[in-house]
Design a protein around this ligand. Structure first.
Ligand code: SF4
Ligand code: FES
Length: 232
């Protein structure tokens, strides 16, 4: 069935302003929005720019705004969008590099700022650092993050204050603060408790748009409790 796709286009080197371009694509059963973008790029308009890699919801690179919601193009079935014109735009509140590709540099700087790696204060023994099943469960819902940026892009606190660490970075902090094997809490909590840290989250829940069904708002709440209950 032929369907219309209205795609955001902008090449800062050539265009004075962004604009939308429409394409007619023959959508077959089972096609995702990423399949449609590939179809456009390969057969209709090679100048269209977007990011993708895994095609399986793992790499996070195809996050974009589809019919107004942040989603992964490779996981979004066209049929599930309910028919009519499909509007595809870049993730909001990141600078556009070209068309649907945005600049994630600031996003990764925030991620780096929370020290997203194990910090060991003690030397390892001759064994691995074991963890109980209960302790392991505490990090469920955080390590699955694929760093697609959809949550931070949808966060009104981040729109208002670009210095705010944002939901993805704070979820990464949760992943290590609540891991029983990590010993870096004393380094991390002051960062989270800083001027542009977790108190800038006003529990708006927009970040629960997460395509992996994670809940950064909940994790930030747990970090807030940790900060006020721990001495560091
Ligand atoms: S928490 Fe979800 S929306 Fe945010 S970066 Fe990770 S996978 Fe993407
Ligand atoms: S292409 Fe990797 S998440 Fe979509």
């Amino acid at each position: 069935m032929m369907q219309t796709f209205k795609i955001f286009r902008y090449n800062p080197d050539e265009d004075k302003n962004p604009y939308y371009k429409t394409y007619q694509v023959d959508v077959q059963e089972g096609m995702t929005v990423l399949d449609v973008l590939n179809e456009i790029k390969w057969k209709l308009d090679g100048s269209l720019t977007f990011r993708r890699s895994c095609r399986h919801g793992i790499c996070g690179s195809c996050a974009m705004t589809i019919n107004g919601l942040n989603r992964l193009a490779c996981e979004t079935q066209v049929k599930a969008l309910g028919g009519g014109t499909v509007e595809v735009e870049p993730l909001r509140h990141y600078p556009v590099i070209k068309d649907l590709a945005v600049d994630m540099e600031d996003f990764y700087k925030k991620y780096e700022a929370v020290k997203p790696y194990f910090i060991a204060g003690t030397s390892p023994t001759d064994k691995e650092r074991y963890q109980s099943i209960e302790d392991r469960k505490k990090i469920d819902g955080s390590y699955e993050c694929i760093l697609c940026g959809a949550c931070t892009s949808s966060c009104p606190s981040y729109w208002a204050n670009p210095n705010f660490l944002g939901p993805a970075a704070l979820l990464a902090a949760y992943r290590f603060v609540f891991d029983s094997r990590d010993e870096g809490m004393g380094e991390r909590l002051p960062i989270l408790n800083s001027r542009h840290g977790l108190w800038r989250c006003h529990t708006i829940f927009n970040c629960t748009i997460c395509p992996k069904s994670l809940n950064p708002t909940w994790a930030i709440g747990e970090l807030k409790k940790k900060v006020i209950s721990e001495k560091y």
